[in-house]
Design a protein around this ligand. Structure first.
Ligand SMILES: Cc1cc2nc3c(=O)[nH]c(=O)nc-3n(C[C@H](O)[C@H](O)[C@H](O)COP(=O)(O)O)c2cc1C
Length: 182
């Protein structure tokens, strides 16, 4: 698959790292916002480690990257974590950054767009923006890990969300024990 992975400035840089770690074998175009990079340096020991199969784009203001045009063929885009700022920009059609424009393109081309928002609590504007994105065809997978598989590490907990993202992308994975499986 050809996938855009975007990291924005919400807490949860480990979600970005674990998704990238589990997309080997796919063509990954990785875009990071300035605030996301700040959060990554704060939350990840030694910063984010980019896998060899990922092409990195650092400039979130550029429209000279392939995935901001519908003419470039991509399969899916995942925004992980998704800040409420980015959620708001996409929900209101403000395509003033690479990430927001790319998401706008994926929606208009009816391509898969997955957002993993992280905020607590949500205000009404956040909720309305997420409802608008859902109505426009995006999938919201909140960064709300589950505990019934009894993860014993933070990575294990994070992987309960990564497994859902991979499931929605149609990528086989055994990251977590599935409910009622042996
Ligand atoms: C350490 C840190 C943690 C943050 N956590 C969140 C968060 O969990 N959710 C959120 O919506 N914004 C969070 N923010 C604020 C965003 O980074 C800020 O709104 C920024 O403008 C988002 O821009 P971006 O979406 O272009 O990256 C955090 C900022 C910092 C510095």
């Amino acid at each position: 698959m050809k996938i855009v992975v975007a990291a924005t400035g919400a807490s949860g840089a480990l979600y970005t790292q674990r998704l990238l770690d589990n997309l080997t074998g796919h063509e990954i175009h990785y875009i990071v916002t300035d605030h996301a990079h700040e959060v990554q340096k704060l939350e990840l020991p030694g910063d984010l480690k980019l896998p060899a199969n990922a092409i990195r784009y650092d400039e979130n203001g550029s429209m000279f990257v392939p995935f901001v045009s519908g003419s470039a063929k991509f399969d899916a885009m995942v925004i992980i974590p998704a800040s409420m700022g980015t959620v708001g920009r996409i929900a209101t059609g403000v395509s003033d950054s690479t990430v927001a424009r790319a998401a706008d393109v994926f929606l208009k081309e009816r391509r898969q767009l997955i957002l993993v928002p992280r905020e607590a609590p949500y205000n009404l504007i956040h909720l309305r923006n997420m409802a608008a994105l859902t109505e426009a065809g995006a999938t919201i997978i909140p960064a709300s890990p589950s505990f019934y598989s009894k993860p014993t590490t933070i990575t294990g907990l994070v992987d309960t969300i990564i497994a859902r993202v991979l499931d929605h992308l149609g990528i086989a994975n055994q990251l977590t024990k599935r409910w009622q499986s042996i």
